[in-house]
Every structure is written in C-alpha cells, then in structure tokens.
Design a protein around this ligand. Structure first.
Ligand code: ADP
Length: 537
C-alpha cells in the first residue's frame, strides 16, 4: 500500500521561514570585537537573509557553487548559514586555524567561488593569496576590530554587498538530497577530507538534536554556542536554534574565562556548548569569581569530558555537563549521555561514571562495535571494538571518493574510535585507534589514563601518548599542566594510577612530566601528533 502523506521536502528554507512566522520577535545577540552588543530580532535576520540571497544571485552565484565563510560566531555568519543553501549554493565553513597548506588545499578542493571573511581574520587569507585559485570575490565583514581593511582582490564590505540585493522573497524548489554545506575533517593524517551535508541530513539532524533526549534545544532556552561555527557547523546548534526560536547569543572573540562568564551572565544564557578545554578554563575562573548565572546545561564533546569536570561543575555550580560524541562525518551529533530515569537513583560514584561515558545514540542513529573480523563484540562494558555508525546524517562517502575503506559494504561508517558498550547500550570511548598505546603486546587506553590523572585536583590538563621502548614496545608518557600555583607530584600521580593499571602498564616516574601547556589542534583538542613528534625528537 502506498502512503498517503505529502511529499514535503526537508530543506533549510523551511527552517528560515518558520523563524519569521513563529518567533519574529525573539533576539539574536552578537558581542563584537569592540565589546559592542548588537541586538537583532529573528524578523530582522529574516529580512537581511532574503536580501543576502538576492545579492548572491545578482553577483552570479549559481546552484552548486561553493561559497565559503572564514568567520567567528556572529549574526552575519548565521545569515550566511541560511542564505547560501537557500539559493542552492553550498555553505563551506572554513576552519580559521588551519595551517596554510590545509587552508589553501580545502579552498581549492571545494572550488570556493566567494569567501566571506571577518576583517580581524583576513590577514590569514591575505598571506596565502598566491596559493588560492578561482576565488572571484572577497566580502569583508566588519567585526569591529580596530585595524585597517585588508588588501584582498575584488573585495567589498558586507553591508555594501547586502545593499546590492533586494528585500524580496524568492525561494525556488530544492531537492532535499541536494548539497547544503561542506565541512572538512581536520586531517590529522593526510589531507582534510570533505564531507558534504544535504538539506535533508541537516534538517533531520536539527530535529533530532532539539529532542529532550538529545541536546534539548527549545524556544525557552537562551543558547550561546562557544563551539565555532566552523567546527562541524557549531554541532548543528545554529540550525536547531533558528528552528525552535531560542534566544541566540554569539560570543565573537569573547570565548574564555572572564569575557565568556560576563556574557553568560549578562544575557542570561541557559545552555552552551564547546570542547572540554574551554570549560576547564571557565571552571577555574568561576572558582575565583562569583557570577549570577542561569546556565543549567553545558554540552561537552569533541574530546572526552573528564569526569572530575562533570562532577565539579554540578556539585559546585549546579551546572550539568551533557556529554556528547560525534565527528565531522556524523554531522556531528551521534551519541549523548543522559541518565535513564532509574539511574538517577544510583549513588554518585556510578551516576558520574555513566555521565562521563559518551552515551547512547540519539534518535535516528544506530551504533555497533565490532572486532577485527567485523563481528559484534559483547555488550559487557569491557570488550573493545571499533565503533560503526549509520543513519540519515552519517556520511556515506567523502567528497572526492577517497578513503573508501572507511565505509563498509553493508552501509556502516567506520569511525576509527575504539569503544566498549555496556549492558544498557552506553558507549564509552577508550581511544582513537591511532592513539592506543601498545605495551608488551597489549593495548592500553590513553583516555582512561588521562581521565584518572585529570581527576587529581592539582592537575589542570593531562595528555598521554606512547613513546618507543625497547622492552615494552611502547611506554606511556604523561604530560601534565599543573593548576596555577601548584607543582607536579609525580609520585602522587603514579600512586593514583597504580590502583587501576597493571604494573607493566604504568608510566615510569620520569615519564610523568610537567609542561606549561599541551599543544591543541585547530578545534581545541589535545594535539597528540605534536606530542609524539616532540618525544621522537
Ligand atoms: P577530527 O577527527 O578531525 O579531530 P572531529 O571533530 O570530527 O574532527 O573529531 C571526531 C573525533 O573526536 C571522534 O572520532 C572522537 O575520536 C573524538 N571525539 C568526539 N567527541 C568525543 C567525546 N565526547 N569523547 C571522546 N572523544 C570524542
């Protein structure tokens, strides 16, 4: 029997139109570089976005063209998020912290036609112009940094570009499977790989993360995404926020410690999201300075949220960390660790250990863990396997067909994450395949070791990598940044690890090293590649 339902396409303009119809008076706030606060309504945003659609068309943008952004989180970036896909062009959000080779590689690979760039960031593009091919126009967003305009060819200021468009609604039919956006993986090995999202995948991902059992993004929340709009579309939060009409607060460059805390307080932010390193800095700051925060949820992902941080935020500040897992290839939200109703009755120890897991798949996503032969591993909380994932917002290939081995013949994406699944289906990452440390023929989890070390109150950050060892194959080396004013006590750390690791897995005392910082990747994760290189040298 055929269904009697409408053939209604799942496309991004419907999210935009709902904003105008349902919540035109809700606010979108941006804090610009000079600390000025811009207040737009969703109604203003709608008008500016349809004008931008018209300006893009008049400038010659055609369906399928890639249009790039090189921007921080602000209201103009949101206008671009909707205008570009709404004229059937493809939104390419460039990571502003890429190395020059990767930056020029992805601009050329995506065939970006225009680049919208923040004035304060333009010098990174300017320096690499000779390696960039095919870009026809640069549109400069005045983010109110007090510096001269950059010298980019064929450039125009954003507000002048906007004036070339008409404030007229002109939506054309879009096939929901058409490309809406492209993001590149951060390319820890080899060149970055392009993942092309469709209107349908973005729409469904947005609906899923709004659910209570996912990120619970809804109208009554005030949402401040710290996670950059160039890091897997700020985890889809801007799309979900416009879909539901929550007040949105964009922090621009005000991302750390006091600057962030002040904005959280002044705008009454209730929900925020970002990688653990950001929250670590905020946590230290909140311990010293008191704020009147309405914040109740902090979505933490990108790397493992340390259990100590989850416990600390909840017990000291009443803020709940919602631990989530995902990748560029998964749009990105794949799993979230909410406690089941009955788990709330558990004692603290067990509750926090579950909150620190990466959790269960959000509705719409399926996960499995398999051994080297592709056989499902038992759900016993201890047998490791590679995480496989599938669903309507999971990549089925990379843009130019590279790395086909990442996709199984029966329709699953191989994540390269090593995980255990427990009896309730909760997933816990023990490592990335390439970060596992092999000691005397057995794998040890660098993530487990880091978590234990970071639970020490004198430790700010810790990263564990393997160094070559003639007897043990590899031996773990623990890099520790102590909390300000504290010094490293290697013996204490060693004792802490002794209860959880076999003696042959333990680091030597002089492999527990104090450092002033741990290098970070372009999206703020510990950069283990650099640490390993330092060890080799
Ligand atoms: P890249 O792979 O380029 O670093 P992604 O942002 O797509 O960029 O990173 C995805 C990877 O990040 C995952 O495969 C996983 O290893 C790691 N990751 C993401 N979220 C978590 C989490 N909550 N806990 C542990 N690791 C995570």
């Amino acid at each position: 029997m055929r269904s009697t339902m409408m053939d209604y396409p799942l496309v991004l303009p419907s999210i935009l139109k709902r904003a105008k119809e349902v919540h035109p008076h809700k606010e979108i706030i941006t804090k610009w570089h000079d600390n000025s606060i811009q207040r737009l309504t969703y109604g203003d945003f709608y008008k500016r976005t349809i004008r931008l659609m018209s300006a893009l068309r008049k400038a010659g943008v055609k369906p399928g063209d890639a249009i790039a952004t090189f921007c921080l989180n602000h209201s103009v970036h949101l206008e671009l998020y909707f205008a570009i896909p709404s004229i059937r062009a493809v939104l390419h959000t460039i990571n502003i912290r890429l190395f020059p080779e990767q930056l020029t590689y992805i601009i050329n690979e995506a065939k970006d036609k225009f680049i919208f760039v923040d004035k304060s960031l333009a010098s990174s593009i300017e320096k690499n112009l000779s390696q960039i091919h095919g870009v026809q126009k640069y549109i400069i967003i005045d983010d109110k940094e007090n510096i001269p305009l950059p010298n980019l060819p064929n450039s125009i200021l954003y507000e002048d570009f906007l004036k070339t468009g008409d404030e007229v609604e002109n939506f054309e039919p879009i096939d929901e499977f058409e490309a809406a956006g492209i993001c590149y993986t951060s390319g820890t090995t080899g060149n970055p790989k392009g993942v092309v999202y469709s209107h349908r995948s973005t729409y469904l991902h947005s609906m899923s993360i709004c659910m209570g059992d996912a990120l619970n993004i809804r109208e009554s929340e005030t949402v401040l995404p710290v996670v950059p709009m160039f890091h897997v579309n700020s985890w889809g939060i801007p799309f979900a926020a416009v879909m539901t009409g929550c007040k949105l607060v964009f922090p621009g460059k005000h991302l750390l410690g006091a600057a962030l805390a002040e904005l959280l307080e002044s705008e009454g932010v209730t929900l925020t999201a970002g990688v653990p390193t950001v929250w670590n800095v905020l946590y230290q700051h909140l311990k010293k300075t008191k704020y009147n925060l309405k914040l109740h949820t902090m979505v933490v992902g990108g790397s493992a949220a340390p259990r100590g941080l989850i416990e600390g935020f909840e017990k000291e500040f009443g803020i709940s960390i919602l631990h989530a897992w995902g990748m560029t290839e998964t749009s990105p939200v794949g799993t979230v660790s909410h406690l089941r109703g009955f788990m709330n009755e558990w004692e603290d120890e067990k509750r926090y250990s579950y909150r620190a897991k990466q959790g269960v798949p959000v509705p719409g996503v399926e996960i499995r863990a398999v051994d080297d032969q592709g056989k499902d591993v038992p759900k016993d909380g201890k047998t490791p396997g590679e995480l496989l994932v599938r669903g309507p917002w999971i990549a089925a290939s990379y843009k130019s067909g590279e790395s086909p081995e990442s996709f199984t013949s029966d329709g699953w994406f191989r994540t390269g994450d090593v995980v255990v699944l427990d009896e309730f289906g909760y997933m816990q990452i023990t490592d990335r395949k390439k970060d596992l440390i092999k000691t005397r023929g057995e794998w040890i989890s660098s993530v487990d070791m880091e978590n234990l070390v970071m639970a020490d109150p004198d430790v700010l950050e810790a990263a564990v990598v393997g160094r070559k060892d003639p007897v043990r194959d590899e031996a773990p080396v623990v890099f520790i940044v102590p909390i300000e004013g504290k010094t490293l006590d290697a013996k204490k750390i060693h004792d802490r690890l002794k209860d959880h690791f076999a003696h042959w897995q333990l680091p030597k005392l002089d492999d527990i090293r104090s450092v002033s910082t741990i290098p970070k990747t372009s999206v703020g994760k510990f950069d283990k590649k650099i640490l390993r290189k330092q060890l080799e040298e």
